[in-house]
Design a protein around this ligand. Structure first.
Ligand code: ATP
Length: 263
């Protein structure tokens, strides 16, 4: 898996980068740009890599997915106390921020009309350009995908240098894009469509019709559960979520321990 981390994220980019670049969604809770949270793993805490000089610290790759509004970001924020979280949506936004080569390349390819007066990407304008034109969409893909893959790979490398045991890739369309086999563990956050609908309407301000369309556009929960190695049920209150994530963390660190032991 270590050899495939870069490919994994490049593929994850294909999964969601474009729709993220083009979408206007809310702020995410997991912050890939911030400093990593203090590690909870006993092995990291006791300077394991110092005891074995020259050995590459093992990192296990966890795919975290689930339907829209299921609670992925809420779960990844809880996991971020111990794991390093790479949020593919956030990375896709980061690589087209003002001042980035990614945004400059988009402006060069599509013209200044895809930029707002404040220099940020005008997503609706770009969207209008590419969705009417498959060749333009391919050009946009060629700009965004490699940059997302490179940035994600950098974050994973940084995590490894920091001695992380577990890297969680939050990828909304992990299952739809066949990325599950590339992960050491696949965590599915499962919520009933009625729960998703309620959250999207009540907390995100979507119309009921739009929320229903977005839910219907994704893979069915059953398809996600079919490839899950771990399932978090998130239909109840937050008090029921946190203990599940704690148990998940114990299980993931056990996977990391087995990997470190050569299993
Ligand atoms: P998206 O697919 O749109 O990125 P997501 O799967 O990451 O969504 P979150 O953003 O984590 O979902 O959660 C959606 C909304 O529901 C958020 O406002 C979050 O605070 C809220 N939420 C998540 N889980 C719970 C819960 N157990 N109890 C109450 N509110 C919750």
């Amino acid at each position: 898996m270590l050899d495939h981390l870069g490919h994994t994220e490049a593929a994850a980019a294909v999964a969601s980068a474009i729709e993220t670049v083009l979408a206007d969604t809310g702020v995410r809770t997991a912050d890939v740009g911030g400093p990593p949270a203090p590690p909870r793993s006993p092995r990291s805490c006791c300077g394991w890599s110092e005891q074995l000089p020259g050995r590459v610290e093992p990192v296990i790759t966890v795919g975290l997915t689930g339907g829209i509004g299921s609670g992925k970001s809420t779960v990844s924020a809880l996991l971020a106390h111990g794991a390093v979280v790479v949020d593919s949506d956030l990375v896709a936004r980061e690589v087209v921020e003002p001042g980035t080569p990614g945004l400059a390349a988009i402006a060069e390819a599509f013209g200044p009309e895809v930029l707002r007066p404040d220099g940020t990407l005008d997503r609706p304008a770009l969207s209008a350009r590419v969705f009417a034109d498959p060749a333009a969409l391919a050009r946009l893909n060629a700009i965004v995908h490699p940059r997302v893959g490179e940035r994600a790979a950098e974050l994973v490398e940084q995590a490894r240098r920091d001695g992380a045991d577990v890297v969680v890739h939050e990828v909304p369309l992990l299952v739809e894009n066949g990325l599950a086999p590339r992960c050491d563990a696949v965590v599915v956050v499962a919520a009933d469509p009625a729960t998703q609908l309620d959250r999207l309407v009540r907390l995100r301000g979507m119309s009921e019709t739009e929320a229903q369309q977005r839910i219907a556009a994704q893979a069915q929960l059953a398809d996600k559960l079919a490839v899950a190695t771990h399932v978090i049920r998130n239909d109840g209150p937050l008090e029921e979520l946190a203990p599940q994530v704690d148990r998940l963390w114990v299980e993931l660190t056990a996977v990391a321990e087995r990997r470190a032991a050569g299993g």
